[in-house]
Every structure is written in structure tokens, then in C-alpha cells.
Design a binder for this molecule. Sequence first.
Ligand code: WQD
Length: 337
Amino acid sequence: MKNILVTGGTGFIGSHTVLELLNQNYRVTVIDNLSNSKLESLKRVETITGRNACFKKIDLLDVKALEELFSTNDFDAVIHFAGLKAVGESVEYPLRYYKNNINGTVNLCEAMVNAGVKNIVFSSSATVYGDPEKSPILEDSPLTSVNPYGRTKLTIEYILQELHYADDTWNIALLRYFNPVGAHESGEIGEDPNGIPSNLMPFITQVAVGKLPELKIFGGNYPTHDGTAIRDYIHVCDLATGHLKALEKLDENPGIAIYNLGTGKGSSVLDVITAFEKATGMMIPYTITDRRSGDAVICYADVTKANNELNWKTHRDLVDMCRDSWNWQQKNPDGYL
Ligand code: WQD
């Protein structure tokens, strides 16, 4: 399976995955509407790898453009990242999320059906587990959604599975990411959020680089070892290689393959701050404030299934994640210009 279409391939996880695909000699076409990312990320991926990808600025709501794309290319598989992903924004603008994420995915799948392309790796999220009763979380743990963004991820999982039930020649990998952080070791590509970051790691690196005064820790009285909430942070480069393993898995015609992509370890907010200070020597000023509504208390993965069935495991720890996040931010204080 060598000719891959990557939707949303100029984004944080998409660009890191395109880098790994190019390094493994895949032919790559990237489509992105650039609403939440910059083409510069792909240019830097090409510089790092010394290889080129084909880029087309296409919005998944543009059915004609998708028809044209699939009629002029012979893709073996699709890795589908494109989608809006800000939890808070999804609560404020639910219709934008349903239209963009779900309608866009239906358009993509219709174009795939018409072209006879029936292999897809989907960028899902641990958010489909809602606020889990217990961790570590297994793939057959109860599914729910606690915000419109999470509901679009869960709905798309169901849509893709129903495609396979209707036509069992579809092969579908659903990858449930936990908390992706870090950056490629070059510091040339990384996480480039719009405006004030809502996620922890980019907020910390913007405090470290002097763009923000201090970190507010949302909640200090959770029932955890230090009172702050626990997550499973995974290095974006480990996450990227998980996508290539999932692509290889589709070659075995697995039908539906669902995997948690995490480290299997939980880290609290204060653990992350300690690791960041250890990795960089930089102190992060913080105050502990009220809990953020909708936050899970403890959420980390059981990664046994991915380890065994994908022959994949993570290699980078929290200090590596902090070091690489800081390296990117320090070299690119204003992100991609
Ligand atoms: C992590 C921890 C916060 C910011 C979200 C989405 C999920 C996925 C990853 C897309 C929590 C705390 C954060 C801050 C803080 N995105 N925090 N101060 O909420 O686990 O997951 O991003 O797929 O779908 O839900 O990630 O980085 O926002 O928060 O104390 O300024 O850091 O309370 O405990 P989250 P996060």
C-alpha cells in the first residue's frame, strides 16, 4: 500500500505523520483547507526529509474538488485527520463542528466509494470515553460523548464501522489518541495553536517563552496523588509511527481495527510541570484555580492491544516530550509565520 492521501496533513499530528510516511518512501498527497494550519509546516517536512509530497488546498465540503482528486489519483488508502478539534469552540458553535467534521467525512467516504478506495485510518480521540469510570481504559470500555467535538468523533467512528458492515471489503483503523504533545527533534515542526492555547503543553511552552505570564492549573483538589488531574501524554512522533503501523495492519484486511494510542502511563498536571522544569531548567510560575468544567479526573490508556496487534509501542517519556515541545517553541516563538 504505497500511495496515501492524508487529509489535514498540514496540522500538528498530520504533519508529523506525513514526515514519517515520506521517510518510509510512501507517495503522499496532502489535502487541507488551511483553516487551522499553515502550508509552511509541509514545506519544513519536505526540507527535513528531502522528499516531496503533493499538496492541494481542498475543503472536504467541496464535493467537486474531492471527485476531481479521486478521479485523477490512484490512492491505496486514506489517513483522515482533517477536522475541527477545539472542545470549547465546539460547545459554542456545535453546527460548525457537525457540518465540518461529519459532513466532510461523509463527502470523503463517498468519494472513496466512487473511486473504489476502501482503506482508511481515522484520527479518533480518547474523548470518546467521556469521563471514564476507571483507568487504564480498554478499547471496549463504555463510549460516550460529553461535548459536540467528542460527539463528532464518536459519530464518525459509527459511520465508518457501518460502512464496513454494509461492505466488508472496507478496512478501517480507528485510532483513539490520548494527549498528543511534543515535536520533531529538529524543532522545525510542532504544535501551533491559534490564539491562547487551551491545551496544557502549548500553554506551558508559551509561559516559558514569555508570551504568557503564568499557568493556571484547573483544579488542585482532585482525588489524585497531588490533587491535579491525570492524563496520558504521548509524544507526537510516537503517535505518528502508530499511524504507519495501522496502515500496515490494513494490508491484512482486518475489517475494523480499534486501538488506543497512548503510553499507558498517567501523569498529573504537576508531574508535567516537574518534567518540564527538569527537561529545560525553566521554572513555570502557576496558580491553582477552579476545575475546568467537563474535565475528566483520571484518563490514561491500556495500550496492550496496540502493542500486540500493531507491534507498536512508545519510546519517548514525559521529559522527552517537554524537551521537544520547548525546542520547537524556543525556535518558533510565534509558531509558523
Ligand atoms: C490536560 C490537563 C486540564 C490547560 C483535550 C481534548 C482531547 C484532545 C486533547 C483533541 C487537564 C489541565 C490544561 C491549562 C490546566 N484533543 N490544564 N491548565 O482536556 O485532556 O484533552 O486535548 O483530540 O479531545 O479534550 O487536554 O491539554 O486541555 O488538558 O490545568 O491551561 O491539563 O485541566 O487536566 P484534555 P488539555
